[in-house]
Design a protein around this ligand. Structure first.
Ligand code: TYD
Length: 208
């Protein structure tokens, strides 16, 4: 494949990924860059339906393996239908969460093991990794407090996990960043929105 610009935004709940992604999308569009903003789980009609099943608060019986497989299934469809065609057309793709969410939430948070979760994701998307991942680093306590303060935000099944779960996910993200330093760029998400947008911009500007 020719040179692509596939950028993912990762991090714990309440880190501001979605808001910052929107600002970066606007900035790129203003500069005349052809950009596609998408999200996981979801980003295509079929994948959004799978999202519904995964995040439903009432699905408390969901087995961790089922959860991991559903995220991978949604990713496979989203990648084939939305991400890959856009990259082939030379568009810049910004994706709110991707494979690192599965490695951290399912691999570590759910104790399935990073290697097992990596294996099912390789089946889903081959060896296609993002070109750059912006990791929003934030203490889980701060992120969860932000979510709870935002009355308009829908609370999903994963948000309802306890603090220890979110702490293990946070640590797992930092380990991934140590393991893949060329791909994963860590930014401090505890700062003001303007500063976080600027840090994210610095990570992606060299690529676009
Ligand atoms: P969402 O409302 O999009 O959360 P956020 O705004 O924090 O991105 O819900 C996505 C949830 O799914 C979030 O709790 C993280 C979780 N998730 C996984 O556990 N594994 C995955 O592979 C992905 C993509 C998300």
């Amino acid at each position: 494949m020719e040179k692509t610009v596939f950028i993912t935004f990762e991090g714990p709940e309440g880190a501001g990924k979605t808001t910052v992604l929107k600002k970066i999308e606007e900035r790129l569009t203003e500069r005349g860059v052809d950009v596609v903003a998408t999200r996981e789980p979801g980003g295509s009609v079929i994948a959004e339906k799978i999202r519904h099943i995964i995040l439903d608060k009432n699905h408390t019986e969901m087995d961790p393996r089922t959860e991991a497989l559903l995220y991978a299934a949604a990713r496979s469809q989203h990648f084939a239908e939305t991400v890959e065609p856009a990259l082939k057309e030379g568009k810049v793709v910004l994706c709110d969460r991707f494979i690192d969410s599965s490695l951290t939430y399912q691999g570590v948070g759910r104790n399935l093991g990073i290697d097992a979760v990596k294996a099912i994701n390789e089946f889903a998307i081959g060896d296609r990794m993002p070109d750059v991942t912006v990791l929003f680093d934030l203490e889980p306590e701060v992120g969860l407090a932000r979510i709870n303060a935002n009355a308009g935000r829908e609370v999903n099944r994963l948000d309802k996990e306890d603090l220890a779960f979110h702490q293990s996910v946070h640590e797992a993200y930092l380990h991934l960043a140590e393991r893949f330093p060329e791909r994963i760029q860590v930014i401090d998400a505890s700062k003001s929105l303007e500063e976080v947008v600027e840090s994210a911009w610095q990570c992606i500007a060299p690529l676009v």
